[in-house]
Design a protein around this ligand. Sequence first.
Ligand code: ADP
Ligand code: MG
Ligand code: MG
Length: 251
Amino acid sequence: MLEIKNLHARIAEDGTEIIRGLNLTVKPGEIAAIMGPNGSGKSTLSYILSGREDYEVTEGDITYNGESILELDPAERASKGIFLAFQYPVEIPGVATMQFLKVAMNEQRKARGEAELTTPDFMRRVKEAAEGLKIDPAMLRRPLNVGFSGGEKKRAEILQMALLEPTLCILDETDSGLDIDALKIVADGVNALRSPDRAVIVITHYQRLLDYIVPDTVHVLYKGQIIRTGDKELAHELEANGYADVIGTAA
Ligand code: ADP
Ligand code: MG
Ligand code: MG
């Protein structure tokens, strides 16, 4: 489904190479965790996957369902089903969350050549998804993320993810300091989306999130490369021993 081959990428502004020959394969139905010490390039990788312009790919390729996505802009990637949950969600003053969701869903439908949702159909879908995530309908009338608590931001993010029905979800949870409640919201949302034709990449610094979202594969990213791949036991090993052993064998 997702195939990253010998990826090298740098910061556009100053040319610093951050991703240095990264290889990664994610199959349909798989939940892949990417772990690694701070500063390894985890967030950078998620930005590159989303198509952010501040990074330049200098070598290698990223293919999604067999096609290179390097030339696609973020909206085109989204229309192909790639969803990135931002580590720092944007506040959109003046736009009710409900309205934001409607625009996002209809833009995606338009890009896929599908008809706009009728208002009753949209309302039904939002209501169902919001109930599943225990979202208070009053929250949906407030401007997106403005004054939202950490848990409400997470719920709003997972709601967007559920409604956009992506085929590849990338969640970067590294530095967001999630408390247990927020961890559970994210985990429940991701677990509800598990399906044979959908893949999820969970980027996290901490093993704790992986107690709630049990990954099929665990990859360690260090200095812009995947230096170790294993199953969920690898996450426990890292929790117990830290990164030093894994990094030591790679150095
Ligand atoms: P992680 O998410 O694994 O903690 P990041 O991807 O945030 O790591 O960062 C990897 C490295 O790249 C860090 O040394 C960081 O300082 C640097 N970096 C990433 N993006 C930028 C940028 N836009 N400008 C300067 N340095 C950056
Ligand atoms: Mg970091
Ligand atoms: Mg990060």
